[in-house]
Each structure stands twice: as C-alpha cells, then as structure tokens.
Design a protein around this ligand. Structure first.
Ligand code: SF4
Length: 430
C-alpha cells in the first residue's frame, strides 16, 4: 500500500512542480514514506534522517517530510527529537501534502498532520489522475481495520475500515489500463471487508473481468472472516482472477488464534480452503505466520507446522512475534528468545521444503507469464510473473513487455524460475 500511496503523492506534488527524481542528493524535497509493521520502524526513520543530513551536509537543506504509519504512530516523538524534520504526515492525510510543502517553503515551523481524514483524502484524490503506468499496478479500494488483532498496529495507524466509492475505483482502474497496466492488484488492509452501498469485493472483480485490455486481477490482504460466498464464487467464475490467494492465518492453534483475537479458528480456516479448492481446483495458497506469540507452547507450534503440512502453502511469510508499542500484545510476556528462534528455523525449513517440492513440479510444464519489464543488466532477458506470482525470466529478441505468453519452465532456483517462450498450446501447470 505504501507503493500505491507514494505514487499518489507524486501525482499530487506534480501539481506544484515537485517531480520525482532519481538523484537523491539533489532533491528539493525529501519524503520518507514509512511502514510501522516491521521491527524497529522508528529507529529506521532516524537512521534515514541521518543519511539525508549526511547527503546534504554541504548543500541547501531539503524539505524533509516523514509520511506513512510511523509518522502516524510516533509523529510527536519524531518532531521533538529532530528539528531537521519539517513535517509528519499520516497515511490518511497525504492529500494535504502540497499545502504543507508550500507552508514549509514560506514559514519556518514544523507540521504535524496526522488526522484520520480518509474520506477527504479519497474525495480529493479522485480529481488527480493516477499516472502509474506499470504493467502490474496497485489500486487501493479499502483502508483501515476494525478487527483489532492484539498484535497489530493497523487499526491505530490506518484508522477504522473505510471502503472507497465503487464507481471511483472503476474509473481509476480504467485510467491505469489506459496508461498500460495489464494487471491490477486491489489493495486493502482488509480488502475483502470492502463494502460500498452493498457493492462487495466480488462486484469489483466481476466489473474488472469485463475490461478488455486487463489480463489479470489479484487482491491483498484478506481476512478469513470476510471470505464471503460471493467472493469464493468469483474464484470459480472470473478467469482473470489469479489462482493464488494470500489468506493470512497467523497460527494453527485455536488457543493462539483466540489469544490473538483473530476471530476465526483452524476448522473455519480449513473449511474456506477446501470450499475454494472445490470451486477452483487450480487455486494455491499463501499465508502469514507469527511464530512464538506470547503463550505459545510446543503443542501450539506443532499445530502451526501441521497446518503448513496440511495446506502446503506455496508462499509464506513468517516472523517471530515482536511487540508493537500501544497494542494489547505489546506488554505480554515473550517466549524465550532462543526457543522462538529455534521454532522459526524449523518452521521456515518446512515452508522452504514445501515450496521447493512445488517448484520442482513446475519443471517441463507450461505456464502463462505476464511480462513486466526488461532486465537491466542482461541483454534480451525479460522478467514476468506466472499466475501464481512466481518470478519468471525468459530470453526474447522481441519486446514482450505487457504481453501474456506461454513459457516452458526449464530451471528453478530458490527465488527465480527460468523458461523458454513457446508457441504451442500445451496445457497449463495446475
Ligand atoms: S485483521 Fe489484519 S490489519 Fe486488522 S488488526 Fe488483524 S492483522 Fe491487523
């Protein structure tokens, strides 16, 4: 979502003649768009501020703005601690960025713009063209969260659930497609909680399915609680909806899920997976896991490993629990550090084994790849992603950016798959 927000910030600042530059040390204005999910997020901000100071040591000081969720959560602290920072702007207030920049230009004071103004933000953004022209583009449809998982900062940094206007989303999608986008990734902290005057996420997917030049649709990140029948059905009916679903589960233990306030249990989660598989047997799954959440016993951890074995997630993101200040889990007693590390290693080895087996099965299969760009360092090599979001590289003398092609998989490595373009109509890998 930060990538989407950063692009929209560029779209806004263009109106006052501030354009993106790749020459870092020559910018007149420096905006650091931050994420609060990872550990030590605030420390990283101060580190980045230090880097900017160093880069501009013998030059005119740039306007320096901290945007995003760290600004929202710890803006006060940042402004107090470092006078070099001119403003903090939360993720729901960045529509005000031009005024802030102009005010900083004319007055020498610090600004704290961290109100939750989500409605105002999208009301103002709808008049500003989305200039993003990437083959695969993000499109935010929903923000915020009302679920309050005990470990998570999102409800405090992005605010309550908000769904954008249905028509405005489709207008922006049209804009992206006319800019050259061929894949749209619908975004939301709780993307499947989308609800605008009874239009649900499935309605957006069905509407996008009809867009002629759009080839692919994905959505991130969903909550099991909001996997409604209509959305599950869309995975059967909409051919452009890619057959990979990222559905965070966090733990395979009901005791842990309850303690996290996840609002789903393992049985319900597995039921969703099996129903989806019945509707569309080509579906594969990805998920997020928190290892060593406070109170996690060996038995709970074993259940998480069993879930991994059972579903065989082809992608997983796993981290040792790290407390976020201000969240209910922030003060809970941590699992012993060594034990937590040991469990993470066991879990990640298991996940890697499953992924490697899955990738081996791709060898000599034909997959459909949407090509996104040309490799910078390697001549005539193109990068794209298959339907399961695996990165694929092929050789081609012709420019194939923006095209979906059939590729025969010849080699797989930990991070990349290598293939050859083919013209025959072989069946696709399931
Ligand atoms: S549902 Fe997702 S965004 Fe909302 S509180 Fe839980 S983890 Fe955070």
């Amino acid at each position: 979502m930060n990538e989407y927000d950063s692009n929209r910030i560029f779209d806004i600042t263009k109106q006052i003649n501030y354009f993106p530059t790749k020459k870092k040390a020559e910018a007149d204005c420096y905006i650091i768009n931050t994420c609060h999910i990872r550990e030590k997020a605030t420390e990283k901000v101060f580190h980045d501020v230090g880097r900017v100071k160093k880069e501009y040591k013998n030059k005119k000081k740039p306007i320096l703005i901290i945007a995003g969720c760290v600004a929202q959560a710890e803006g006060d602290l940042i402004l107090k601690k470092d006078r070099y920072v001119d403003a903090v702007i939360g993720p729901q207030s960045y529509q005000s960025i031009n005024k802030v920049i102009q005010d900083i230009e004319s007055k020498n004071k610090q600004y704290d713009i961290t109100n939750f103004e989500t409605i105002k933000k999208f009301d103002e953004l709808k008049f500003i063209k989305n200039n993003n022209s990437k083959v695969s583009s993000f499109l935010t449809i929903q923000e915020g969260c009302d679920k309050f998982c005990k470990f998570c900062v999102v409800p405090y940094t992005r605010g309550p659930e908000y769904s954008r206007n249905f028509k405005e989303i489709l207008d922006e999608a049209e804009e992206l497609i006319s800019n050259g986008s061929r894949e749209i990734i619908l975004l939301g902290q709780n993307v499947n909680a989308y609800n605008d005057k009874d239009n649900r996420l499935s309605d957006i997917i069905h509407a996008l399915q009809e867009k002629k030049d759009l080839k692919r649709i994905r959505y991130y990140t969903s909550h099991p609680k909001d996997m409604t029948k209509d959305l599950i059905e869309a995975h059967k009916k909409c051919s452009k909806l890619m057959p990979l679903l990222h559905l965070p589960v966090q733990s395979g233990s009901d005791k842990m899920l309850k303690s996290m306030n996840r609002k789903h249990n393992k049985k319900e989660y597995l039921k969703i997976i099996s129903t989806l598989k019945e509707k569309n047997p080509r579906l594969e799954f990805a998920s997020d896991f928190i290892i060593a959440y406070p109170g996690e016993k060996q038995e709970d951890f074993n259940q998480t490993c069993e879930l991994m074995e059972n579903v065989k997630f082809i992608n997983s993101y796993s981290f040792i629990f790290s407390p976020r200040p201000g969240t209910p889990a922030g003060d809970m007693k941590m699992v012993d550090e060594n034990l937590a590390q040991k469990r993470l290693t066991i879990f990640q080895n298991l996940a890697e084994k499953i992924k490697t087996n899955y990738k081996k099965k791709l060898l000599d299969k034909v997959v459909k790849v949407l090509f996104e760009n040309k490799m910078i360092k390697e001549k005539n090599k193109y990068f794209g992603r298959d339907e399961y979001h695996n990165p694929v590289i092929v050789y081609s003398k012709k420019n194939i950016i923006g095209q979906e092609k059939r590729v025969l998989i010849k080699k797989t490595s930990q991070h990349t798959i290598y293939g050859e373009l083919i013209n025959t109509d072989n069946s696709l890998a399931a």
